[in-house]
Design a protein around this ligand. Structure first.
Ligand code: F6P
Length: 407
């Protein structure tokens, strides 16, 4: 392809962390460098903050070397709530104007933005303001519309499935009645919690119950489920989305509030699993433990899915192709063309069509009782966690190079 008008791009990552951010950026820059001579890449620090306050640096090939399996993002990130984008900051700075000024000052031809829902909305706003933007999806929540799945999700799903398989081994060592409740991230969609079913891949029983935030949650029904299961077996393992809500739309974690307050004086709201732990202790009275997987599920580079990392890199490459062809206001999306064998293609979709929606788990991926997933979910998830990366985050012994050793 002829050199298009792209000579100088800006790059930023925004929102929560996940695997594959660095891999995606590497794909973008590698792809463009192959086609554009003397490409200039400006990396903005800490997401939109860097664009607003003019914090950036010129990146070279060296910055992108060896980062394929490195967790986090070499640029840093931040959360800049979309609803506050039009509100001047404490010094009266108009943030949207400030972002435009930085873009024009650097004479950028295109701004490549990696992020989830909130990021996408701001990216769309910048498009409306006349900037050339290309959006790349990412989020462990996997809740972006238009794309079959998001970079970062497959790796987090692999961590969740593996962790549940390992927990099962642990929980069944005692012949004692005990309940283990594991809270998984995902405020608005239960995709990642559903990935706990992958524990069943190698013959494990998997969680006894999986509660997703798509299904209104009742503590009474939950207790009935658990009691009935305890009559049949000793250990009961449960996966629950952090975002489960009751039928009135209130987070379960809000149902029980402690009197403790945080440093701002706001009431402390317990996590969903903690609330359920208390309910089991009070109503059933057996041994019970809650586990919040917290940041481990998104920073577990040692368990990154090769499919996720390689696909994200290719998605980045494809996105730069769109930029070279002069596309703007587009999101690079993964389209699945077949489950078995797994096959995908990439497509550019207008970001304005997808920026304001959440992709929930479809009803036919959830069982009728609302406490487990169906085979459709297993078929959807299985290809996304395939393959291992020889990641830099696995510790090497005595400075030996890492690699597979078969003794
Ligand atoms: O980016 C999505 C996410 O990982 C959610 O699953 C989670 O609720 C949230 O971010 C946590 O965000 P933070 O790290 O900013 O507390």
């Amino acid at each position: 392809m002829e050199d298009a008008m792209i000579k100088r791009i800006g790059l930023l990552t925004s929102g929560g962390d996940c695997q594959a951010l660095n891999a995606t950026m590497r794909g973008v820059v590698k792809g463009l460098s192959n086609s554009v001579e003397n490409l200039e890449v400006y990396g903005f620090d800490d997401g939109y903050k860097g664009l607003i306050y003019g914090k950036y640096r010129m990146l070279t090939a060296k910055d992108f070397s060896g980062i394929l399996t490195q967790g986090g993002t070499i640029l840093g990130t931040s959360r800049q709530p979309f609803k506050l984008m039009r509100v001047p900051d404490e010094k009266g700075l108009d943030k949207v104007e400030a972002m435009k000024q930085t873009y024009y000052k650097l004479c950028l031809d295109c701004l490549v933005i990696l992020g989830g829902n909130g990021t996408q909305k701001t990216a769309n706003l910048l498009r409306e303001e006349g900037l050339n933007i290309i959006h790349l999806p990412k989020t462990i929540d996997n809740d972006l519309c238009g794309t079959d799945h998001c970079p970062g999700f497959g790796s987090a799903a692999k961590y969740i499935g593996t962790t549940f398989a390992e927990l099962e081994r642990d929980c069944h060592v005692y012949a004692t009645k005990a309940v283990t409740i594991v809270e998984v991230m995902g405020r608005d969609a239960g995709w990642l919690t559903a990935a706990s079913c992958l524990a069943r891949a190698n013959g494990a029983k998997g969680p006894d119950f999986i509660y997703l935030c798509e299904v209104p949650f009742s503590i009474d029904t939950f207790l009935k489920d658990v009691k009935a299961k305890l009559e049949k077996q000793d250990a009961v393992i449960i996966a629950v989305s952090e975002g489960v809500k009751n039928k009135d739309g209130r987070y379960i974690s809000e149902e029980v509030q402690s009197s403790a307050v945080d440093s701002f004086g706001h009431s402390y709201i317990a996590g969903a699993a903690k609330v359920l732990e208390d309910a089991v202790r009070n109503e059933i009275g057996c041994k019970v433990r809650s586990i919040e997987l917290n940041l481990m599920q998104r920073c577990a580079a040692h368990l990154a899915s090769a499919t996720d990392i390689q696909e994200s890199r290719m998605l980045g490459k494809t996105a730069c192709q769109y930029a070279l062809e002069g596309a703007t206001g587009m999101m690079a999306a993964v389209i699945r063309t077949s489950d078995k064998p797994y096959a995908t293609e990439f497509k550019a979709l207008p970001v304005c069509d997808i920026a304001n929606a959440i992709k929930s788990v479809p009803a036919d991926y959830i069982n009728d009782a609302g406490n487990d997933v169906t085979e459709k979910m297993v078929d959807y998830l299985t290809p996304l966690i395939q393959g291992e990366m020889n990641t830099v985050s696995r510790l090497a012994f005595a400075g030996r190079p890492q690699g597979n050793r078969v003794d």
